[in-house]
Design a protein around this ligand. Structure first.
Ligand SMILES: [Zn+2]
Length: 224
């Protein structure tokens, strides 16, 4: 996902054998969820926020688990404003990088699928899902994992999809500026198409625009 923007991250515990840190900019995430769930009450806010954190940690945990399985050193998770980032010592092994890059969104899609089955099977597992509060958790678990999975799959650097484009094009074209230029072009084109689509469907918000500009700023910074 996206690296923390500011603040020295503080240690909160281990996920398996991977240390997890939280940046002070996580307060932006909390504020955004508060803004999005306005009118829904405190319970909706807490349900949404907790399930977003579960989806973010699961996403980074997916990256971390595959990175560890592939023998990467220094695997660390940092959670921040717009999600998190899984750090590991870089190596020049493209296939393993690709596997790690896809592990985050794969984890999100698997969890979303399980939540969807649980919701669809509500009639059959009535005892499990009868509770309204519990049902709310499963609904947010489904949506946040679906949203994070789709969003991070977008081929916009530095999202996972964009990182995969860079890894793939570097494999084909070598590490030179051509692969970076191609990744930057794909990122800009996808961002423009995304904004145009959102506008077309009347779903373009200030948040979307800020997010897109923030991503493109990082893309230009890293790839030019
Ligand atoms: Zn990711």
């Amino acid at each position: 996902m996206i690296p923390a923007m500011f603040g020295q991250p503080f240690y909160v515990g281990h996920l398996g054998r991977t240390p997890v840190y939280v940046g002070g900019d996580i307060l932006i995430m909390v504020a955004l969820v508060w803004f999005w769930t306005q009118g829904g009450g405190i319970l909706t806010f807490l349900t949404s926020l907790s399930m977003l954190l579960v989806a973010v940690v699961a996403h980074e945990g997916g990256h971390a688990a595959v990175a560890r399985a592939l023998g990467k050193q220094g695997v660390t998770i940092v959670i921040g404003a717009f999600g998190g980032v899984c750090i590991y010592a870089p190596e020049r092994r493209r296939l393993s990088d690709m596997c790690i890059q896809f592990a985050g969104v794969t984890t999100n899609f698997v969890i979303a699928a399980i939540a969807w089955v649980l919701l669809g099977a509500g009639g059959r597992v009535e005892l499990l899902i009868r509770d309204e509060t519990f049902l709310g958790f499963i609904v947010f678990l489904f949506w946040w994992n679906l949203v994070l999975g789709i969003f991070n799959s977008l081929p916009i650097y530095p999202l996972d999809g964009g990182q995969a484009v860079l890894t793939g094009s570097s494999t084909l074209m070598g590490d030179g500026p051509r692969a970076k230029r191609l990744t930057l072009s794909v990122s800009v084109a996808t961002a423009i198409a995304g904004v145009a689509l959102a506008h077309h469907f009347g779903m373009l918000s200030a948040f979307t625009l800020v997010m897109v500009l923030f991503l493109l700023y990082q893309a230009f910074n890293d790839l030019r």
